[in-house]
Write a protein that binds this ligand. Structure first.
Ligand code: NDP
Ligand code: 8X3
Length: 263
């Protein structure tokens, strides 16, 4: 009896594993905090190591940090190949790393901005999913949560490639669900609107604080915690239920029609 107890206490108890991209700040970091509360062991992915390390420390340590640019396939593949055994069976993949760059009309935007958005929001997300999905299928277990956007559904001026990249994420999500019919694997596209308290607008406006401030002034946007709590709810749903798409907006925002130009 004593021997059996000793053996159990010396084995690491396997918790559920969640990999979160873009975990250094914003929605990703908030999601890490929420899933940590739920008892997940986390794989935290982003480029800024000091932020990931300090988050890991804040969460009590023991999570796995991957400092990596998600658009670098070689780096990502190596990091996945080098996952410690405890972290190899990923139960929840939160494809969150993403960005908008600029709000110029499509005839003025920088081509490099378009390329970076497509590389990050579409190609990196598809690549990572392709790397992780076979293992989920092998175990017939897993949940992929993609962070899309209302910009993937509602076109707005200056949204051009950002919106198109999020439309890709939405359609990719629904296509995967179709591929996975007959399995127990869940796939969800989470489509938030305006969220404050992240670096999203600092990145979009390249640090122009007037534009960042104007985005959130005189309204109450959602908080990253609102999205994290939604993800927390999603991963606690019973096995028979899949949320295909979920659109979230703050009360101060609403979808609003099409444009008419009059002379
Ligand atoms: P933040 O800018 O605060 O966070 C973005 C995260 O993505 C950071 O952790 C950043 O980490 C990471 N990231 C970006 N590019 C790369 C890369 N090439 N390699 C690795 N990590 C990368 O933005 P949000 O938290 O607001 O946005 C998260 C997601 O939510 C995005 O997909 C965004 O499109 C979406 N979204 C945001 C909304 C909003 O209003 N904020 C609304 C709807 C959707 P690091 O820089 O350390 O690499
Ligand atoms: C971010 C929301 O409205 O700025 O995806 O495109 S919005």
């Amino acid at each position: 009896m004593l021997v059996a107890l000793r053996t159990v206490s010396s084995m690491a108890i396997q918790k559920r594993i969640a990999l979160i991209t873009g975990a250094s700040v914003g929605i990703g970091a908030a999601t890490a905090r929420s899933l940590n509360e739920l008892g997940f062991s986390l794989i935290l992915v982003a480029r800024r190591q000091e932020k990931l390390d300090s988050l890991n420390k804040e969460l009590g340590g023991g999570h796995h940090v991957i400092t990596c640019d998600v658009t670098d396939h070689a780096q990502m593949t190596q990091a996945l190949n080098e996952l410690p055994p405890y972290f190899q069976n990923i139960d929840v993949l939160v494809n969150n790393a993403g960005l908008a760059l600029g709000l110029e009309p499509g005839y003025e935007t920088k081509w490099e901005h378009w390329e970076t958005m497509i590389q990050t929001n579409c190609i990196a997300l598809a690549f990572l999913t392709r790397q992780i999905l076979p293992e989920m299928v092998g175990r017939n277990k897993g949940h992929i949560i993609n962070i899309g956007s209302i910009a993937g559904t509602y076109a707005y001026k200056g949204g051009n490639v950002y919106g198109a990249s999020k439309a890709f994420v939405e359609h990719f999500t629904l296509g995967l669900r179709a591929d996975l019919i007959g399995t127990s694997i869940k796939v969800t596209n989470l489509e938030p609107g305006l969220i404050g308290g992240t670096e999203f607008s600092d990145v979009r406006y390249e640090g122009d604080q007037n534009k960042v401030g104007a985005t959130y002034e005189n309204c109450q946007p959602m908080r990253p915690e609102d999205i994290a709590e939604t993800i927390s709810w999603l991963v606690q749903q019973p096995p028979h239920l899949n949320v295909n798409r979920m659109e979230l907006m703050p009360v101060c925002q609403a979808p609003g029609g099409v444009l008419v130009h009059k002379n």
